[in-house]
Design a protein around this ligand. Sequence first.
Ligand code: KG4
Ligand code: ZN
Length: 385
Amino acid sequence: MAIDQAPAPAQQASAQEIARTVTVLGLESSCDDSAAAIVRLHGDGSAQVLAERVIGQNEAHAPFGGVVPEIAARGHAERMDTLAAEVLAEAELSVSELDAVAATAGPGLIGGVMAALMTAKGLALGAGLPLIAVNHLEGHALSPRLTEPLAFPWLLLLVSGGHTQLLVVEGVGRMTRLGSTIDDAAGEAFDKSAKIMGLGFPGGPAVEAIAREAADPGRFPLPRMLAKDKSCDFSFAGLKTAVKRSWDALEAPTPEDRADLAAAAQAAIARHLCERAGRAMAIFSERFADLDRPLPLVVAGGVAANAAVRTGLEAACAEHGFRLIAPPMKYCTDNAAMIALAGAERLRLGLTDPLDAPARARWPLDEHSAANAPATGAGRKGPKA
Ligand code: KG4
Ligand code: ZN
């Protein structure tokens, strides 16, 4: 397994600089949430969210059963400047009182990514502030530090509608990917199963609610994904096909059928996530054998809200000597506080970006692993990775 060879970015800034208290505005628009937040990172590593706003777009995308990029981009473009003004007003700060402006610069839906990044560039240029182009995945990876000064390293399971990854987080800019999805993301598996069964969008909460009513959750045998593959990668496309086949085989599906199939799909997704997370925990344990136990497993992304997934992860953690850390849901799902925090951490390390920093649809967090698995494109190790 490849170990990130990048030099520690901390070497680029003085100790005094790293301990400086900084206040950063963060903007996020990479998927279907438009968000702005102001975070103050104190010298002792504790973070204070001074103001935060998130506007979702579920109603706009619900008729399509998934996020429509053009609709998402327009929504973000209409809201970003107002959101930035609102959080500044709430924090009672003017732009010139900030230390930097951070925005997600990728990966994500490119039209949407541009909305936050361009707004951030305009504010940074106008106020003469540094710009920080944040990798959205690094935002998720650092999100537990919004609520507790968690010490590096930790293992991260990121499970959202756009991403499914297992990452070793050793520091800011120092992350190694152990596994990722080779097709759909875990949230997509919930969303697509829900769509097949005529449930609403987003599908995850709908599947979870209906699954609670299942009389016979074991009635539909669904496949174990990548059963023979010993990596930490994920695959959900086969499950979606199996759910469709089971649903289509029902002549006139009843609410009971739907509840049983939803429970089966949820159990299959949870089992797959926990099995792969267990494998990653074994790798992490070996690599950090001298660290005190329990070791930290952080779960982030919308799917972290799912009780079956959490219960399964708790059991896997108990088995492998880990403790499960789930940031509050508002920091598990897409938000700008995590982008502001990543920006603040980067600023203190001297890692700022030029005003021509590009918006990137694809941006693997772990450039080293990406270089070793260069098939970053469609299909295997594609955009969802
Ligand atoms: O992190 P998130 O809010 O947005 C991104 O995709 O970036 O994640 C949204 C995903 C959707 O696919 C949604 O169906 C799923 O998280 N989700 C859930 C639950 N709540 C949200 N999946 C399973 N169970 C839930 N309770
Ligand atoms: Zn996300």
